[in-house]
Design a protein around this ligand. Structure first.
Ligand SMILES: Cc1ncc(COP(=O)(O)O)c(C=O)c1O
Length: 434
């Protein structure tokens, strides 16, 4: 009976709850409390708490400059402006990313150009850079999706040849390294979300790192206050922005900055916990290797964490990925799937809808063109097979052992699961997506 799948009426395999309370500990609470008690809860300039955060991030990522933002999305907007994106220019980005790495292009006045991922990968295909780059393309956004560092060498090579600025979206990959170099410092600018579900958090917040003083200055123009702009914009051509920049208002709260500084100091500890949790899963699931393919890293590279992705193979064409995920959910194991297929969503297909938010067509001829179905075949293939398993930030051997046990249980019952799926399909059960 214990082996009967929960989706068929058996007992749930998961009994250990998600290890409680994320990563906020006494040091974060003390730092936040000190900041609130100081009365400095808003900072128009680069006050002590914000400066401490930025200095700590710059040092940790061996970058010359770090600039804090109210969100990861805002940091991408700042990066794009810094990279010279403006109305009438284009930016290459993958479809397989969070929406912000697409919408921020529009916020900066640019036009996104959707690129496919490399085969069986989560990252933009370097060959797409050559194919999709036009005379008005200024930059490419590379998202290190699900914490796995993109293979940057061919991307950087193609981008340099095409004269594109490279913006790394590291929102899933804090502390990851590509061949020994921290992600975020391989391209021209690295952006990190510090939103509450990320590997390290501010609550809401973001930060950008760069080695270029010029890009750093430019990145603060869209959303930082004139108290900061007037001090830090020193290049003569940028000084006219000092009194009034874009005023999207992208400053971080000092309370969030204080929390993020503590979290950064704990990043290696938290990532180490996640690695240990993943190792439990990986070791236990060797037997199901044909069913789930775990991502491989380049030599000398280190991954970051936002759950862990795996590609599911429907070995005999009997149990779809969605039915497998539904069976896991019934067991109490919630496994994520791909983000929305952004380029097929209404706002990216219907130009009337889109034009309520952003400019669709520019006088120099650059315009957004919706892509038809099947335009990004590798993206589609990965999207249909992707599962994202939860990886807690605290050492959780019992929980992870149960996660592995749940996958094994479902994998051992594929025949009955397949019958269940077929019955549901033939009965036309409403909402059945199997
Ligand atoms: C890959 C990626 N990029 C950008 C963002 C945007 O970050 P934020 O929510 O802090 O604006 C997110 C947030 O989930 C993300 O996952």
């Amino acid at each position: 009976m214990a082996d009967k799948l929960a989706i068929l009426g058996g007992p749930k395999a998961m009994t250990v709850p998600w290890p409680d309370n994320g990563t906020i500990g006494p040091d974060e609470i003390a730092a936040a409390t000190r900041t609130v008690a100081s009365g400095q809860i808003s900072d128009c300039g680069r006050g002590e708490t914000v400066a401490a955060m930025e200095d700590a991030f710059a040092a940790r990522f061996a970058a010359r400059h770090a600039l804090s933002f109210s969100s990861g999305t805002a940091s991408i907007h700042g990066a794009l402006f810094a990279a010279g994106v403006r109305p009438g220019t284009e930016v290459l980005t993958a479809n397989q990313t969070w929406a912000s790495a697409i919408t921020a292009i529009f916020h900066a006045g640019g036009t996104p150009v959707f690129c496919d991922v490399a085969r069986d990968s989560f990252h933009i295909d370097p060959a797409e850079l050559q194919r999709k780059c036009g005379p008005d393309t200024r930059a490419v956004i590379v998202t290190h999706l699900w914490g796995i560092p993109a293979d940057m060498d061919p991307i950087l090579k193609a981008a340099r040849l095409l004269n594109l600025k490279v913006i790394e979206d590291c929102s899933h990959a804090h502390g990851a390294e590509y061949k020994g170099t921290p992600v975020g410092t391989l391209g021209d600018i690295g952006c990190f979300s510090l939103q509450g579900s990320k590997a390290i958090v501010a609550g809401e917040g973001g930060i950008l790192v760069t080695n270029s003083r010029r890009l750093y200055q430019r990145a603060m123009i869209p959303g930082h206050h004139d108290m900061r702009l007037s001090v830090e914009l020193v290049s003569p051509d940028l000084k006219p922005f000092a009194e009034c920049g874009g005023y999207w208002k992208y400053r971080i709260s000092p309370v969030g900055a204080a929390i993020a500084t503590v979290q950064l100091g704990r990043m290696d500890e938290l990532n180490g916990n996640r690695q240990g949790n993943f190792d439990i899963l990986h070791r236990r699931l060797r037997k199901t290797a044909a069913l789930l393919t775990w991502p491989k890293l380049n030599r000398g590279s280190r991954r970051g964490w936002y759950g862990t992705p795996a590609l599911y193979e429907d070995l005999h064409g009997r149990v779809s990925r969605d039915l497998f995920a539904a069976a896991c959910a019934a067991e109490g194991l919630y496994v994520g799937r791909a983000y929305s297929n952004w380029y097929r969503t209404p706002v990216f297909q219907d130009l009337k809808l889109m034009s309520q938010l952003w400019t669709v067509e520019h006088p120099n001829g650059v315009k957004y063109t919706p892509l038809g179905e099947g335009a990004l075949p590798n993206d589609e293939s990965v999207r249909q097979r992707l599962l994202v398993f939860p990886i807690p930030p605290l050492a959780a051997p019992e929980f992870m052992t149960q996660v592995a046990g749940t996958v094994e249980k479902v994998a051992a019952n594929m025949a009955s699961l397949s019958r269940f799926g077929a019955e549901h399909k033939s009965k036309g059960v409403p909402g059945c997506a199997y």
